[in-house]
Design a protein around this ligand. Structure first.
Ligand SMILES: Nc1ncnc2c1ncn2[C@@H]1O[C@H](COP(=O)(O)OP(=O)(O)OP(=O)(O)O)[C@@H](O)[C@H]1O
Ligand SMILES: [Mg+2]
Length: 705
């Protein structure tokens, strides 16, 4: 640092004129240096202050973690078993609950191990694909334990869905939320405080933990009496600012481990990069947790864009820091909007003529309402669902859709296992969001489709929203690249994003099956024109949005507008020294489309009868969903095995369901088997007759058709 000349610091204008010996140029030169140095120092001070703040925050986090882990050490023996797939004293009881209460015939990968770690008193972090079966990992230990399990979940719709599902299985589950009646609230508080009444699983939103002192004091009493057996934090990625769906109230959930150090915590999510995982462990104060990471792959999902999206833009050396080219830049007219809806309506009615369920995600609540209305006008039974609606209206939509009385719902985030398609009417804000939302399809493991309608015009709408989030733009550009890609496997993009070793796509994405041929055309000259135009506009202090590229500006006090600006490569692009290529698809033929796949999935007559029966039983039982009576897998199991006695049925669907629904199911099975035998005899008789005529009558059950 150059010391400030004391004389020049005092040198006034009069002295200058009196000739203090310095040229005006020198003074200006030094002034610039001084100003630069001051600027530099201000920068350093700001950086130091920021660092001080960071360190103070970290200091308090570390203190809390240390406290929590010291407390935990006293409760969990260090020699706790590591082979979570081994034998445990609760094995047979757990198997009994799995099969006879949950009606699940075998565990999926990692479920048993997770349950064993939880039952051994360990904290657990679970990363498991959407629809992978995370709920069972805490619901089964909840039933196995004597006390109460607290579950924190972010969405009311998810909570309602889970509570209803558990009630259908005869498990006493309740929720405390804005819609809880006073009566239920009283019951829950009594159960927490005094251990009265039957309460096994209690669902709350994170706000309850951070905002309700009354609730926390009841929970404290429950813990004190030794009745709080497990804490589950579902959709745990909401804790992390680096996650795609940060919820400020989730940030405070670390208090649970601090306050109840002896109670095991299980945090579950489908989407967590390594960075998010580390963040979760820190924030929830579970440094010694056992981590179970399962593959993110959903092999039954077919990922594809709508049929007419062919434009992709690439250059050989654009990297992740530089925004992707936004494809065609056009203003979305009303016709374009209508054309998209026409396409969606055609897609649904052609691919899913039997009212198979689906979800459509839209950019905004208003758009949800609009698109739902337009789909209805085109004959699709569509309902919308969003947070602005009142509770009763939401509940109605939830019920209609869950009972398959409407085909399409908008923005739903609930557990309906037989969702056959998820359509994104507009771009998601990140790969994580897209993975999670599209993951609502095919949770029953059967083939399902995920269609993403990408239009370049969606980008500025999203960018002006995510601009303020941590890595918001970077996340957005990742998904834009995904949409534009016409070459690489869609599944591969997910593996790369979540840092997992790639697996075979098995032809389950458009890029792996389509025969579209891509031709690289040289767009260097066009790029030069656009960059030069932008450069001129910038020199004249003018700005253009991505959609316009023409002189039309909007400044409002209510919205953030996204403008196009020159990026770091503008100079070489302007000079034409950096080649720019556009990949254009010029021929399109699908070799194997997901919609064709989904048609393999149509039911035969027995399955259809069982499907009707489960709907009928669910409506007789009020608040129970058809899939809670019989899952789609159970229907296909019954179709294969054709049980006709209680004992046979019990082996397939467990005791609880057999007791509740066994009589009508067996009645239906017997009728079907009898009619098959009769049909067989008739056919055999016909065959005998026709044999004489030298004509073969092939015996065919409908399953073979
Ligand atoms: N072992 C199993 N065998 C068969 N079905 C199972 C098994 N475990 C869970 N399921 C079923 O799989 C479906 C999805 O389970 P669940 O809701 O727990 O998924 P999830 O992992 O929580 O997904 P998301 O991340 O989308 O919330 C449910 O219908 C559930 O009953
Ligand atoms: Mg879940």
């Amino acid at each position: 640092m150059r010391p400030l000349d004391a004389r020049s610091g005092q040198c006034g204008r009069g002295e200058l004129q009196a000739g203090c010996g310095m040229e005006e140029d020198n003074i200006e030169g030094e002034l610039l240096l001084v100003q630069a140095e001051l600027h530099d120092i201000q920068g350093q001070i700001k950086a130091l202050l920021d660092r001080q703040e960071e360190l103070s925050e970290r200091e308090s986090q570390l203190k809390a973690m240390l406290e929590a882990s010291r407390d935990a050490i006293t409760d969990v023996p260090l020699g706790a078993p590591k082979d979570w797939s081994g034998s445990f004293s609760w094995d047979s009881q757990a198997d009994d609950i799995r099969f006879n209460i949950f009606g699940i015939s075998s565990y999926r990968p990692n479920q048993r191990e997770i349950i064993n770690a939880i039952m051994s008193g360990r904290d657990v972090l679970v990363i498991m694909a959407a629809g992978g079966g995370k709920s069972l990992c805490y619901q089964l230990p909840a039933v196995l334990h004597d006390g109460i399990t607290l579950v924190v979940s972010p969405l009311l719709s998810l909570i309602q869905d889970q509570v209803m599902g558990l009630a259908a299985l005869g498990i006493p589950a309740y929720m405390l939320a804005s819609i809880t009646t006073k009566e239920v609230e009283k019951f829950v508080y009594k159960a927490l405080e005094k251990g009265e009444g039957e309460l096994k699983i209690l669902y709350v939103t994170p706000e309850k933990i951070s905002k309700s002192k009354r609730f926390m004091s009841k929970l404290e009493k429950c813990h004190h009496a030794g009745r709080l057996s497990l804490i589950a934090i579902d959709e745990a990625h909401c804790c992390s600012q680096w996650g795609h769906d940060f919820r400020p109230d989730y940030k405070n959930l670390g208090i649970l481990k601090v306050q109840f150090p002896s109670v095991p915590v299980i945090a579950l999510t489908a989407t967590a990069t390594n960075k998010v995982q580390m963040d979760l462990i820190e924030m929830l104060h579970i440094p010694r947790c056992v981590k179970f990471v399962s593959t993110i792959n959903r092999p039954n999902l077919f990922y594809k864009p709508p049929p007419d999206v062919h434009v992709a833009a690439t250059t050989s050396d654009w990297n992740d820091e530089i925004p992707p080219v936004m494809g065609e830049m056009r203003e979305e007219s009303e016709e374009v909007g209508k054309a998209v809806i026409d396409e969606i309506a055609n897609f649904i009615s052609e691919s899913y003529p039997n009212n198979e369920s689906g979800i459509v995600y839209c950019f905004s609540r208003k758009e949800c309402e609009q698109v739902a209305k337009e789909l209805c006008e085109r004959g699709i039974l569509a309902d919308y669902y969003h947070a602005d609606m009142d509770v009763i209206a939401r509940e109605k939509v939830h019920m209609r859709w869950s009972k398959s009385k409407s085909q399409v719902a908008f923005g739903m985030g609930i557990n309906k296992p037989d969702v056959r398609f998820v359509i994104h009417h507009s771009l998601s804000k990140s790969m994580e969001t897209y993975y999670q939302e599209s993951g609502r399809a095919g949770r029953d493991g059967l083939p399902s489709e995920c269609v993403l309608y990408y239009r370049p015009g969606d980008v500025p709408r999203q960018s002006s929203m995510v601009f303020y989030e941590n890595c918001g733009l970077q996340n957005l550009y990742d998904i834009v690249r995904y949409c534009q890609s016409k070459r690489s496997c869609r599944r591969g993009a997910f593996f790369r994003h979540f840092g997992e070793v790639a697996q075979d796509c098995n032809g389950m994405c458009d890029n792996c099956t389509s025969s579209i041929e891509l031709k690289d055309i040289d767009a260097t000259h066009h790029t030069k024109i656009i960059v030069s135009l932008l450069h001129d506009m910038q020199l004249n202090d003018q700005r253009a949005t991505l959609l316009q590229l023409k002189e039309e500006f909007q400044h409002t006090a209510y919205a953030t507008n996204a403008y196009v600006a020159l990026g770091p490569l503008w100079k070489p692009a302007l000079e034409g020294s950096r080649p720019v290529k556009l990949s254009i698809a010029f021929n399109s033929q699908d070799r194997g489309s997901g919609s064709k796949r989904s048609k393999h999935n149509q039911m035969n007559s027995l399955e259809a009868k069982l499907d009707d029966l489960r709907r009928q039983l669910s409506s007789n039982n009020g608040a129970i969903f058809p899939h809670a009576v019989l899952s789609t897998q159970q229907i296909s199991l019954l179709n294969r095995q054709k049980p006709t006695t209680v004992a046979e049925l019990e082996k397939l669907i467990g005791k609880v369901k057999t007791e509740k629904y066994g009589t009508p199911i067996i009645e239906l099975m017997r009728l079907h088997v009898d009619s098959e035998i009769l049909g067989g005899k008739t056919c055999a008789a016909k065959r005998q007759k026709k044999d004489k005529e030298d004509v073969v009558c092939l015996e065919s059950s409908e399953e073979d058709v």
